[in-house]
Design a protein around this ligand. Structure first.
Ligand SMILES: [Zn+2]
Length: 213
């Protein structure tokens, strides 16, 4: 994916070189997020799945501080409103980019999809496997078989990790993938939800669950 060069522009208010799309540190002007800007652009980091977590966090903290609505309280309602809106957008962008599954989903969206609504299935015969696993897990819980529960947890955690690695390996190439490959990427993303549900099933206390019925 092309790295945006949009931030290499000057502030329309004071003509200083800008290090951010949304704020000028010289004159403290704020700017709405440009419609074409991605979350990566907002933080001025390269568009890549394997982003540097520390760099992302540093960029997020820096930007949050520079556009904090409290700093623009006396600047008039419009500017205060813009600061509030920008803060919400920065928070959303950070929460998406800092979480690998949401980041992969976002990168697929940037590449043109498909969305989770458009492709709902999962790779191979995972659905049948999941049904079998559910039965085995419920049986293990009924039996109080902690060893079997541990074994399932390890195996499912490993499969989720593998799916994540495959997403990581393909995310940066999504814009050159054909429709079938991008559909495959969505299916793998869908599979993560099934693994998460199974892991939740493994950690939920059946007695506590029964109490809530
Ligand atoms: Zn400026």
């Amino acid at each position: 994916m092309a790295i945006s060069t949009a931030i290499n522009t000057h502030c329309p208010s004071c003509d200083a070189a800008r290090s951010s799309l949304i704020v000028c540190d010289d004159c403290r002007s704020l700017f709405p997020v440009p419609p074409t800007a991605t979350y990566f652009d907002l933080f001025a980091i390269p568009t890549s799945f394997g982003l540097d977590d520390a760099a992302l966090l540093a960029a997020y903290r820096s930007l949050t501080r520079r556009i904090h609505p409290d700093r623009f309280g006396g600047a008039g309602d419009d500017v205060g409103d813009l600061a509030t809106r920008l803060s919400a957008q920065i928070n959303e962008a950070y929460s998406v980019l800092s979480e690998p599954v949401r980041r992969a989903d976002y990168m697929l969206t940037l590449a043109g999809g498909p969305s989770a609504a458009e492709v709902r299935d999962v790779p191979g015969n995972l659905l049948e496997e999941v049904m079998t696993l559910r039965e085995e897990i419920d049986q293990a819980r009924d039996d109080g078989d902690t060893e079997a529960i541990e074994r399932h947890r390890d195996a499912i955690t490993e499969r989720k990790q593998l799916a994540l690695e495959q997403l990581a390996n393909h995310a940066d190439r999504l814009d050159t993938c054909d429709d079938d490959e991008r559909a495959g990427f969505r299916k793998r993303l869908n599979s993560i939800k099934y693994f998460d549900n199974l892991l939740t099933r493994l950690t939920t206390d059946p007695l506590a669950e029964a109490d809530h019925r």
